[in-house]
Write a protein that binds this ligand. Structure first.
Ligand code: CA
Length: 233
């Protein structure tokens, strides 16, 4: 049983979500406002939060940013009725791991929640310590360093990095990355992937000011490849 936080001011959607998730054995705290969500998150640890971006009291993106801080280990999924892709990107940059655009079917949401809670094991245990140039990924300890510098990554950033690192030097398709890191039955936009790769590049190079980390190369129309060594200057 997982501890879930549902932040939704719409009575119909909120009732459907909480009833459905409880029927599938999860403990659900339903909050209708941003302040309510932040209070709930301050007093309890959640495994996953579903966050509507259109809240009556606070800006949803700001709530997302603050939830990320009080729930560092939780999966954050934003729910948005807005079709504007900018909101999704801003939400992902504010700390969300994934998003779902309204209207969605409950079955779709449940599948996504289950996939997140499974915590996909993207790297076989036999390869729990990966070293590529100056980059070290300790999968068991979930610790990443560039040179001597430790890099703080969010859950999905870590899994994405581990997935690329385990096959460093080899191209990995977008479909494979989305399936392995997010959901085996992905059928949404893959903007999530690009935002996470951008965040990874930013954090790795910020840590690698003295010793450059191995670059992650974009393979247009295919996917990404972690290079085995740093590119020549
Ligand atoms: Ca709303």
């Amino acid at each position: 049983m997982a501890e879930l936080l549902v932040v939704e001011d719409d009575e119909t959607i909120g009732t459907a979500l909480t009833t459905g998730l409880r029927a599938h054995g999860h403990a659900v705290s339903w909050q209708r406002t941003g302040h309510g969500a932040l209070d709930a998150a301050a007093g309890r640890v959640f495994d996953l939060a579903l966050l509507d971006l259109g809240l009556p009291d606070l800006d949803g993106v700001e709530v997302c940013r603050r939830l990320r801080l009080c729930l560092p280990g939780a999966v954050l999924v934003i729910l948005t009725a807005r079709s504007d892709e900018m909101d999704v990107v801003v939400g992902l940059e504010a700390g969300a791991d994934d998003y779902l655009t309204k209207p969605f079917r409950f079955g779709e949401l449940l599948a996504r929640v289950r996939a997140h809670l499974r915590r996909s094991a993207v790297v076989p245990p036999s390869q729990s310590l990966l070293t590529i140039g100056t980059l070290t990924v300790d999968v068991a300890a979930r610790r990443v360093t560039v040179g001597e510098q430790e890099v703080a990554l969010r859950t999905k950033e870590f899994e994405l990095l581990a997935r690329l690192a385990v096959e460093a030097g080899t191209a990995v398709s977008r479909e494979t990355l989305m399936a392995d890191v997010w959901d085996a039955h992905w059928y949404g936009s893959t903007k999530t992937l690009d935002v996470h790769v951008a965040a990874l590049r930013r954090k790795l190079s910020a840590a690698g000011t003295d010793q450059a980390p191995p670059p992650i190369t974009t393979l247009r129309g295919h996917g990404y490849r972690m290079e085995l060594s740093e590119s020549p200057a």
